[in-house]
Write a protein that binds this ligand. Structure first.
Ligand SMILES: Cc1cc2nc3c(=O)[nH]c(=O)nc-3n(C[C@H](O)[C@H](O)[C@H](O)COP(=O)(O)OP(=O)(O)OC[C@H]3O[C@@H](n4cnc5c(N)ncnc54)[C@H](O)[C@@H]3O)c2cc1C
Length: 417
C-alpha cells in the first residue's frame, strides 16, 4: 500500500519503520527540519512498563492541590486556562474514578510491556547502538514515602514487573554516587527497566527505514485532512494534493486539528514538562542509570556522557515560556542526589516539551472510522515507552492482521467518537 505518515516524532518514525518493514511504500511528512524535534526531543528516556499508568487516578485531585501549594510541587497550573484546557481537566477528573483508572492502567501496561519487548527486538535485529543503561531506581526520601508507595507496589506486582524493595545501603550500592548527605529511607529497584535516548533511537531508526525505502519529507507543514479526500495530503501553505491509499496521523499534539475536518474530536491537551541535560564532569559522581525522586517526581538519567534531569507537569502556559521555578526544581533535585556530577557552568541544554495527553491516559491506536485514515497518537507522558509496541500494532492493523497484544480500550470508540 502507498501510505503517508504525518509527523516524525518517535511515534511517526517507529510507525514508518514497521510499515516499510512490512513492504509498504511509506512517505513521512514532518513540519520541522528533522525527526524528533518536538515532544520526543529531550524526554527523560525512561522505559519502565510497570510505571506506565494514567495520571487520571483516584486521589489525584488532592495531590494536585497539594502540589500547587508547594514551591517545588511537580504540578503547576498557568492562568488563564483556555477553554480546551478546562474541558480537558473536566474529562480528566471524571477518568479519576477507580474503575476507569484500573481499566486504563491495565490497557497502558499491556501495551508498555509489549512495547519494551518490541524495542529490544528492533534494537537487536538492526544492531542499533544508542545511549542506554539498564535499571531504574525509585528513591524514597522518608519512611512516610515508603509507606505511601505500598499500593504502587501492588500495581507493579499485578503488572508482572520485576522489582525489589531495597534499603538505603543497598540503593547506594546500586547507585554508588548518590549523595550520602541527602536523607534516603529506601528505594524500589527495577533491574529489567531501562533508560535510553529517545531522539537518538528515532534518528537511527529513521535511517534504517530510509534504507528500506521510506521517504522522509521535512519542512512540510501538512494541512488538516479534508472530508472530500481524507487520504490526500496537501501543504498548509497550499499545494496540489498527493494521493495515498492510507494516511497515518502521528502528529502528537497537532493531531487534533489535523483530524477536526473529518468530524473527529480528539481531546488532546499539552502537559508541559522541562528537562536539563548537562555534560558529566566526573563519571564516578554521576548516576549509572536512571533514578526517580518520588517526592519531586523528577527523573535523573544517565545518557552517555550527559546527565539529564526531567520533570514537572504544567497545564496552561505555552511552549515558548520556560517555567523558571520548574527548572530550579530540576537543579535542586540534581544537586540533592548527584552534586558535582555535571558541569553546569556551560553546555547545559534547557528544554521545555509538551506531552500530547488524552485526559484518561492511554493513547488511541488503529482505524479512525474514516476509511483509509489511521491513528497513532495521544501517548502523553509515556510515548517513548509505548512507541515500538504502538507502531507494531498499527502496522498489523493496517495489514489486516491480529495485533500481538489485547487492544481493548485503545481504539477511538473509547473517546465516544
Ligand atoms: C519532560 C518530559 C519527560 C518525558 N519523559 C518520558 C519518559 O521518560 N518516557 C517516556 O516514555 N515518555 C516520556 N515523555 C513523553 C514523550 O516524550 C512523548 O509521549 C512522545 O515524545 C510523543 O511522541 P509523538 O511522536 O507522539 O509526538 P512528537 O514527538 O511531538 O511528534 C509529533 C510530530 O508531528 C509533527 N507535526 C505536527 N503537526 C504536523 C503537521 N501539520 N505537518 C507535519 N508535521 C506535523 C511535529 O512537528 C512533531 O515532530 C516525556 C515528555 C516530557 C515533556
Amino acid at each position: 500500500m502507498k501510505i503517508a505518515i504525518v509527523g516524525a516524532g518517535i511515534i511517526g518514525v517507529t510507525t514508518a519503520w514497521e510499515l516499510v518493514s512490512d513492504g509498504h511504500e511509506v512517505s513521512v511528512f514532518e513540519r520541522r527540519g528533522a525527526a524528533a524535534e518536538e515532544a520526543s526531543f529531550a524526554n527523560a528516556g525512561v522505559v519502565a512498563p510497570g510505571y506506565v499508568t494514567p495520571w487520571a487516578a483516584p486521589g489525584m485531585r488532592a495531590k494536585v492541590l497539594r502540589s500547587l501549594l508547594s514551591p517545588h510541587g511537580a504540578i503547576k497550573l498557568r492562568w488563564p486556562l483556555s477553554s480546551r484546557d478546562l474541558g480537558w481537566m473536566s474529562r480528566w477528573q471524571k477518568a479519576c474514578k477507580l474503575e476507569t483508572y484500573l481499566a486504563n492502567r491495565a490497557r497502558m501496561q499491556r501495551l508498555a510491556f509489549y512495547s519494551r519487548t518490541r524495542l529490544h527486538e528492533v534494537t537487536e535485529a538492526r544492531e542499533l547502538s544508542y545511549e542506554r543503561s539498564d535499571g531504574y531506581l525509585v528513591l524514597l526520601r522518608s519512611k512516610r514515602e515508603k509507606k505511601l508507595v505500598q499500593p504502587g507496589l501492588e500495581v507493579l506486582r499485578a503488572a508482572g514487573s520485576v522489582f525489589k524493595e531495597v534499603d538505603a545501603d543497598e540503593a547506594r550500592r546500586i547507585e554508588p554516587a548518590l549523595n550520602a548527605d541527602t536523607a534516603l529511607a529506601g528505594a524500589i529497584h527495577l533491574p529489567e527497566d531501562e533508560v535510553a535516548n529517545c531522539r537518538q533511537f528515532a534518528l537511527l531508526l529513521k535511517w534504517e527505514a530510509e534504507a528500506l525505502g521510506a521517504q522522509f519529507h521535512f519542512n512540510c507543514d501538512i494541512a488538516p485532512l479534508s472530508r472530500a479526500e481524507p487520504t490526500s495530503i496537501s501543504l498548509a501553505s497550499g499545494s496540489p494534493p498527493l494521493r495515498f491509499d492510507a494516511v497515518v496521523v502521528c502528529a502528537g499534539l497537532a493531531s487534533a486539528s489535523l483530524l477536526r475536518p473529518l468530524g473527529l474530536r480528539i481531546p488532546l491537551a499539552p502537559v508541559y514538562g522541562h528537562s536539563i541535560s548537562a555534560p558529566i564532569r566526573e563519571s564516578l559522581n554521576a548516576p549509572r542509570s536512571a533514578v526517580m525522586d518520588e517526592r519531586y517526581k523528577v527523573a535523573i538519567s544517565r545518557l552517555g556522557q550527559r546527565v539529564r534531569v526531567a520533570g514537572s507537569a504544567e497545564i496552561g502556559g505555552s511552549l515558548g515560556t520556560m517555567n523558571l521555578a520548574a527548572v530550579q526544581t530540576l537543579y535542586k533535585v540534581l544537586h540533592d542526589w548527584f552534586p558535582g556530577a555535571a558541569t553546569l557552568q556551560s553546555g547545559v541544554q534547557q528544554w521545555k516539551g509538551a506531552r500530547p495527553m488524552l485526559p484518561d491516559g492511554p493513547p488511541v491506536l488503529g482505524a479512525s472510522g474514516v476509511p483509509g485514515v489511521w491513528l497513532n497518537l495521544g501517548h502523553g507522558s509515556s510515548g517513548w515507552a509505548l512507541s515500538c509496541g504502538s507502531a507494531r500494532v498499527l502496522a498489523d492493523l493496517v495489514g489486516g492482521r491480529d495485533a500481538g497484544v489485547d487492544l481493548e480500550g485503545l481504539g477511538i470508540e473509547r473517546l465516544g467518537q
